[in-house]
Design a protein around this ligand. Sequence first.
Ligand code: ZN
Length: 272
Amino acid sequence: MSPDNAKKSQLRAVPERDAETPALPFDRAPAAAPPPDAAPACPSCYGTGYEVVAGRGARRCRCREQNTQTKLVDAARIPRRYDNCNMQSFYPAPNNGSQLKAFNYAFRLVREYPAAERGLLLMGPCGVGKTHLAVAILRGLVEKGVVSLFCEFGSLLKEIQDSYNPISKTSEMRVLAPVYQAEVLVLDELGASKPTDWVRDTMMQIIGTRYNDRKLTIFTTNYLDARRQATDETLEDRVGVRLRSRLFEMCKTVHVDGDDYRRRYDAQQNQP
Ligand SMILES: [Zn+2]
């Protein structure tokens, strides 16, 4: 077929739907066989996904854009317990400069993406809103149409380990594909897993792949760079020197602290 003919064949009239004609991808007629909970066919496109603009042709219908949005939200796999975490629901504690600063970094990243070159490493004790901010960033980016993914690092490592089990029938690649493909990834609780050689190698592989692909990653960690007490473990102790220095290249380190947390922490320490 010559290129001319190929072009013509794309412009042929669309045949009537009948038993002999295989359905076009967008013509699978959700209106004809809607799932029980589906909304009635869209009045603009009658469920075809394309609306006709008089005198000009057809274009993708707005209802399909909403579907895309819903799919992106689902694909981000944000755990239900973070349903209420977004930018609007983040309230920096009064007089807590670090929380306000962290919020500003998060907000700016969403606004500037895809121009943002580095991700964030949100570092600080439990309960200061690191994961809240990371989730808020993902939601903001999903609204911009960015393919995003939330991963709790420990669960991800467990899933990879399970994939070696011949009965589980998920391959390592199937677990990792979305992690590599997501434009923006949140890795929550970096360093929380017991740092065996395997854990370190796997973390390095995942993070190194995203680094090489120049994809943005946002990390949260409860481990700090400095020790408050001699017995404290640092992030470097948990993830190794190589990975810590890779994180410096990939991310802006943002310290988040919480007065409440510290008070609670001190109270615990002072208990008999
Ligand atoms: Zn429509």
